[in-house]
Design a protein around this ligand. Structure first.
Ligand SMILES: [Zn+2]
Ligand SMILES: [Zn+2]
Length: 360
């Protein structure tokens, strides 16, 4: 790795006011309370540590608020004129701390008069913006493009990774956009780390971390947040193989059906376009393929009595299933629906994933 190569960190903050309110509640309902202000002070220490690790390191912070996502801070932006200098404060630190806190306070204040029902946070929007930002900084400099005869030295481009700090439960309606964001991240070779700070395991974010080679951590001791952040998420991708960064033992591979946006234990896949449905359907709603009556009857007859749709995002690990697999069962000669794999093959899949991550 070239010495001049820095690492870029994009942080996506889930700033749902109601979830942070729950997170700050006192024991016994909440054994390790963490308030938003305590979270921010620990986060800023982590961000400062990232900037201080290497002179070339860059940073962008995105906030996901109810219904909107915004760029809170980017190190590529020029300093604003209202920043007064402080001789006792390293200017880059001051700039991050000042800008991030000010922008979050402004946004939360503007939400104050909003209606009682809080809209879900725009986490996917913030993640997509983070990916766009990474895509932009990974382009070779303009003068290199102007002279295509010169070889572009890709080793000087920063090494990107994204960290999602989430407090909200999974939003089943965002399954398709989040999967698309994951595939974009894979294509850009961007690692996504996830820290679920409050609440239950997130099915979709687990998959995001697994599919992009990042770490997923569900925080058990929220009072030790800074330690988790520094130990698990500070190092860039190239150093991760040398360090023993915690990975998942089990990954929840369940998907959301395209028809009702429910997270399903058993799904039925269109063999043409790979759309997922919670029950056998005569016509695929995505690609309009008609399925033979015989296939529908056979699939309906083979459905176990308990194969109902589950609205709850958190299953027992034994129920974990791969999201999309179309190779199972008889090869459809005509267009047909294929059922997701049986329990045994799924358990095997989960085990393989677990072994794979442990050995690395
Ligand atoms: Zn459905
Ligand atoms: Zn289809």
């Amino acid at each position: 790795m070239a010495d001049s190569r820095g690492s870029h960190l994009s942080v996506v903050l889930d700033l749902s006011p109601s979830q942070w309110h729950l997170s700050a509640e006192n024991p016994p309902t909440n054994p390790f309370p963490l308030s938003l202000s305590s979270f921010l002070s620990q986060l800023l220490t982590f961000l400062n540590a990232h900037i201080a690790s290497k002179h070339e390191n860059s940073l962008a912070v995105f906030g996901a608020f109810p219904r909107k996502s915004i760029l809170l801070y980017a190190s590529s932006n020029t300093p604003t004129s209202d920043d007064t200098m402080d001789a006792n404060w390293f200017p880059p630190f001051r700039q991050v701390d000042f800008t991030v806190v000010r922008r979050i306070t402004e946004e939360l204040d503007s939400l104050e008069g909003a209606s009682e029902d809080e809209a879900p946070t725009a986490l996917v929007g913030a993640l997509t913006k983070a990916l766009c930002y990474v895509n932009r900084i990974m382009q070779p400099p303009a003068q290199a493009i102007a002279k295509p005869s010169d070889k572009v030295d890709l080793s000087t481009l920063p090494e990107p990774h994204i960290l999602i700090l989430s407090v909200s439960p999974d939003l089943a309606t965002s399954y398709i956009p989040i999967m698309n964001a994951i595939f974009s991240a894979q294509k850009l070779k961007v690692m996504i780390d996830v820290c679920q700070i409050y609440g239950e395991d997130s099915v979709f974010l687990q998959q995001a971390a697994h599919l992009t080679g990042g770490s997923y951590i569900l925080l058990e001791r929220r009072d030790a947040l800074l330690q988790y952040l520094i130990m698990c998420f500070l190092s860039p991708q190239s150093i991760r193989q040398t360090l023993s960064v915690p990975t998942q033992d089990r990954i929840d591979f369940r998907a959301a059906c395209f028809c009702h946006k429910n997270i399903v234990d058993i799904g039925f896949i269109c063999s043409v376009c790979l759309s997922i449905f919670c029950q056998p359907v005569p016509v695929c709603s995505t690609c309009r393929t008609k399925f033979p009556m015989k296939t529908l009857q056979r699939l309906n007859a083979s459905r176990p009595a308990s194969a109902n749709v589950s609205n709850r995002p958190s299953p027992s690990p034994a129920q974990s299933r791969p999201a999309v697999t179309s190779t199972n069962g008889d090869t459809p000669r005509s267009h047909g629906l294929s059922e997701l794999p049986s329990t045994s093959s799924i358990n095997a899949h989960t085990r393989t994933a677990s072994n794979g991550t442990k050995s690395s």
